[in-house]
Write a protein that binds this ligand. Structure first.
Ligand code: ZN
Length: 156
């Protein structure tokens, strides 16, 4: 950090604390050359979430795109726009929590998982597009898995 008094580029931090409800760090610095003290604020930059596509291309995560995919899967199903927006947001949040670039496959899987909780028909539709179903056996297999995973567990 360049000293605002003498322009020397040598300082030490004498105090650091969170500011702005934790969104910034306030540092008290002392210039090693002239010993004047000054304050800096550091802010975390909103980091863009990058999606790596199958082709290897990278693009910014687009929540609207996820929302449109969910909307298509939920067509004519009793699912509110608000719920669909919630699914898209949950997908984005789960991807951001990974704290790294994500693959389009991970985004697709997360969307699929979230949809399963919302509407089973929408889930199978999304799976058919996402997993590239080619025939009725693919649907049958997926629905079979769905029945297995959602059936109540019997005790004893
Ligand atoms: Zn100085």
């Amino acid at each position: 950090m360049r000293c605002p008094f003498c322009a020397a580029d040598d300082d030490r931090v004498v105090d650091s604390r969170l500011a702005d409800d934790g969104d910034a760090i306030r540092r008290r610095r002392e210039c090693a050359a002239c010993h004047q003290r000054y304050t800096t604020f550091e802010r975390v930059e909103e980091v863009g979430l990058i999606v790596i596509k199958r082709s290897g291309d990278r693009e910014a995560f687009d929540r609207d795109k996820i929302f449109r995919g969910i909307q298509a899967a939920c067509k004519n199903r009793p699912v509110d726009d608000e719920v669909m927006a919630g699914v898209a947001l949950a997908v984005e949040e789960s991807m951001r929590l990974l704290n790294r670039d994500v693959t389009s496959e991970e985004v697709g899987m997360a969307t699929l998982e979230a949809l399963r909780e919302v509407d089973e028909v929408a889930y199978v539709r999304f799976a058919s597009v996402y997993k590239g179903f080619e025939g009725t056996e693919d649907f049958a297999r997926e629905i079979g898995m769905l029945v297995k995973t959602t059936a109540p567990k019997l005790r004893g």
